[in-house]
Design a protein around this ligand. Structure first.
Ligand SMILES: C[S@@+](CC[C@H](N)C(=O)[O-])C[C@H]1O[C@@H](n2cnc3c(N)ncnc32)[C@H](O)[C@@H]1O
Length: 532
């Protein structure tokens, strides 16, 4: 047997490795970051019987191949005027998704620290002026899931959001609402108890338990962690071939259990989103929980429980883990999951996610409660191109309307949709289907389904400039307007001109840690506009 010689001090415990890496990179690296590298086969785990060591040399090589090089790579692709300060790469994921920002998934939201950067009262080499102060009123005419509203609240500012999509406004308003949190916990617990009783009439939970046990044994045998990943990363295993083979090997075990517990996998039809993307069992549970929520009297509690249910069902669609963002085809059996490097299963009951998200939501609302200021935020569901802001606001909050009329709005911080990038209604089709919210896809500016062609671009330019022209009526004279956009087609100079505004500064920021499949260098610009 060949012996490998190691240098003294080469092996580090996970704790030592995290300390070493933190110093080496000059940023916090936790032991779980190191475990992540092991689990995803980036570095090797040494040691047995519960002892875990990593090699300093391997770790160094890994970092050399990635971190320091990232900035250089981004700048070579996107230009030296890239403002690295705005990458916010010093923040952990838990901070960029802090408290209510993670109450519900939403594709296309900006990170709260970016909003904070422009709204708060600091200055630096790039931001040489303070644009807003406490008690100001901020407007976001493309409010989406309400990031700007939440940050305005934290900073003691009032804010109005507008969004064309009912469900997006619903998420935004749920984030800023003030709740009776013990009341939510009580009602949610009662519903959970009822759901558990409902489940006793079926064998779903027993089926899932036995299936998990079988999967565990199977995965330990064929996909031992972290060795399996390590081999895949080094090309010693052909992942596609091996995964497919093992997927087929597990199918008879799965089919036997389906038969034993009489699980209905077929769908009556696939005419609606709910019918297409949920197993009959799951659909029955969803409808059961929703029927209980509908009976609640406190409308705030009812709304937040609806949001929890929506987040739950999103996680329970019959799809693979890697297709959660872009649904491909519904699945009905276990499958090889390249994301987790093992055989995974679809969900057969909503109970686990309902309980997890209920707990998580209550914790997030409680955390936000400790930071809230006594200011007003709300989102209106209208078309920003032609909304009569004062009239619509009056319908929901007279006192706030008086304030807005008196003080006027100080400025805008917003990220408009871009041409042909996202269908904002479609991404939450399950919620529209279940709650019966009216869809207004045709009023979205620049939706994905209209493409990126010349006509789409022209109508986009018209749409965004119409919004700016309409919003201008409600702004103070010396307003500050910030728009975040990845303006590949250079449309914003024309938009500004059409809206009678001028671009006074552009902040170009790198976008790191993208969760989508496209991991290439990517930047966005924050246009600072003012009146001419
Ligand atoms: C990029 S997203 C905004 C995301 C938001 N900044 C956040 O953090 O959640 C753009 C939003 O513009 C909305 N939108 C599209 N057309 C609109 C219109 N005509 N009027 C108002 N909102 C519109 C979309 O529904 C979408 O939610």
């Amino acid at each position: 047997m060949q012996l490998r010689l190691f240098e003294p001090g080469e092996f580090l415990t996970l704790k030592e490795a995290s300390e070493w890496a933190s110093e080496h990179l000059n940023k916090k690296v936790s032991t779980s970051n190191i475990s992540y590298l092991i689990n995803y086969g980036r570095i090797h785990k040494y040691g047995e019987n519960g002892d875990a060591f990593v090699s300093k040399k391997e770790l160094k090589e890994y970092y050399k191949s990635f971190n320091g090089k990232r900035e250089v790579h981004y700048k070579s692709k996107l230009g030296d005027d890239l403002n690295w300060h705005l990458s916010f790469d010093q923040y952990k994921e838990a901070e960029t998704t802090k408290h209510v920002h993670r109450l519900h998934p939403y594709k296309g939201k900006f990170i709260p620290q970016l909003v904070e950067y422009f709204l708060d009262n600091h200055t630096d080499d790039f931001k040489k002026e303070v644009y807003f102060k406490e008690d100001d009123i901020i407007l976001d005419p493309f409010c989406g899931s309400g990031t700007a509203l939440v940050q305005a609240n934290e900073l003691g500012m009032h804010a109005i959001g507008i969004d064309i999509s009912y469900f997006n406004s619903f998420i935004a308003n749920c984030k800023v609402d003030d709740y009776d949190i013990p009341g939510i916990a009580q009602e949610a617990n009662l519903i959970t108890l009822k759901l558990k009783r409902f489940l006793q009439q079926h064998c779903t939970l027993e089926f899932e338990e036995e299936l998990l046990k079988e999967l565990n044994t199977f995965n330990n045998k064929y996909f031992p962690s972290p060795e399996y990943r390590y081999k895949v990363n080094r090309g010693q295993i052909d992942e596609n071939k091996y995964g497919k083979e093992k997927e087929e090997l597990f199918l008879p075990i799965y089919n036997k259990l389906v038969k034993k517990y009489d699980v209905i996998l077929t769908r009556e039809n696939s005419d609606t989103f709910m019918n297409k993307w949920f197993f009959q069992h799951v659909k029955d549970e969803i409808e059961f929980v929703y029927s209980k929520i509908k009976k609640l009297r406190n409308s705030n509690t009812k709304d937040i429980l609806k949001l929890i249910l929506s987040r739950t069902i999103r996680s329970c669609r019959a799809t693979t883990h890697s297709d959660l963002a872009t649904l491909v085809e519904p699945i009905s059996s276990t499958y090889y999951c390249s994301k987790h490097g093992k055989i995974c299963k679809p969900l057969f009951s909503i109970l686990k996610w309902w309980e997890t998200y209920t707990k998580d939501t209550i914790e997030r609302l409680s955390e936000f409660n400790t930071l809230r200021t006594d200011t007003k935020q709300l989102c209106l569901t209208e078309d920003s191109r032609n909304i009569d802001l004062i009239e619509e606001l009056k319908k929901v909050d007279k006192k706030f309307t008086t304030l807005v009329k008196k003080k006027k709005i100080n400025g805008i911080f917003s990220s408009p949709p871009y041409v042909g990038l996202i269908d904002y209604h479609e991404q939450h089709a399950y919620a529209y289907d279940l709650f019966g919210f009216k869809r207004r896809d045709e009023l979205e500016i620049g939706p994905l389904y209209k493409g990126k062609g010349r006509e789409a671009k022209e109508s986009y330019v018209d749409g965004i400039s119409q919004v700016l022209l309409n919003m201008k009526k409600y702004l103070v004279k010396d307003y500050n307007l910030f728009l975040v956009a990845n303006d590949k087609s250079n449309l914003y100079p024309t938009i500004a001109e059409k809206a009678g505004m001028k671009i006074v500064q552009q902040f170009k920021r790198p976008v790191l840690n993208r969760t989508e499949k496209d991991k290439g260098a990517y930047s966005e610009t924050i246009f600072h506009l003012k009146g001419i």
